[in-house]
Design a protein around this ligand. Structure first.
Ligand code: GRF
Length: 215
């Protein structure tokens, strides 16, 4: 049974993942409504994409706030009024505090450019190259208070080829990312994926290992 899920998408930059979600909705492949696009960076290109598609946007720059907690509180207040089913972090380069995460438990998703738990944090492509890895990848996980640490729901790997640069990996990863978020959101909308009390259920079974994405 499908239901229209209400989304808040949080971005900081280019917004190509946001675009992939917009496109999936527009083409009827995803039953969702983007209630708001929030950026902590007013020059994020993702805001242009959102406006172009008539989506409401909100800029919340952290330098306008005294400290991290005040920023989180303002964001929490705004989102509480919107009541999104899911908060989709799509290249949102800001760590959210435990109080915020607790307030939206089971609702915050993040996409990360590595095969988590490997390569948490930044510059994952270059770090994988520096370590002579043969494979890199993308993970979508539930957000918990620890950085890039919540249960991984969906994952896809891709090979690292001789001579690859960080930009090559990024490009390869993005191609997967743009299919993965729409797919995962589709599962949430048709309820084949359910998140409850920090646990993930896929087709009614407790997910013990990440689902391997098949393009
Ligand atoms: C993606 O690579 C994502 O994995 C990471 O930030 C990047 C955002 O890209 N968290 P975009 O802004 O969606 O184009």
């Amino acid at each position: 049974m499908s239901r229209t899920i209400k989304l808040a998408v949080l971005i900081s930059g280019n917004g190509s993942n946001l675009q992939s979600i917009i496109d999936a909705i527009d083409s009827g492949q995803l039953d969702a409504e983007i209630k708001t696009v929030i950026s902590n960076n007013r020059s994020a290109h993702g805001l242009v994409r959102a406006t172009r598609h008539g989506l409401p946007t909100w800029v919340l720059e952290h330098r306008d706030f005294e400290d991290r907690d005040r920023f989180d509180d303002a964001l929490q207040h705004y989102l509480a009024a919107i009541e999104p089913d899911y908060i989709v972090l799509a290249g949102f380069m800001r760590i959210l505090g435990p109080r915020f995460i607790e307030a939206f438990a089971d609702k915050i998703l993040n996409i990360h450019p590595s095969l988590l738990p490997a390569y948490k944090g930044l510059n994952t492509h270059q770090r994988a190259l520096d370590n002579n890895e043969r494979e890199h990848g993308v993970s979508i996980h539930l957000v918990t208070a620890k950085l890039d640490d919540g249960p991984v729901i969906l994952q896809a790997g891709y090979p690292i080829k001789p001579g690859d640069k960080a930009a090559d990996l990024q490009r390869r990863g993005h191609r997967l990312e743009h299919q993965m978020y729409p797919q995962l959101l589709r599962w949430l909308s048709d309820q084949s994926l359910v998140i409850k009390a920090g646990q993930i259920f896929y087709k009614q079974a407790l997910l013990e290992n990440p689902i391997q994405f098949k393009p």
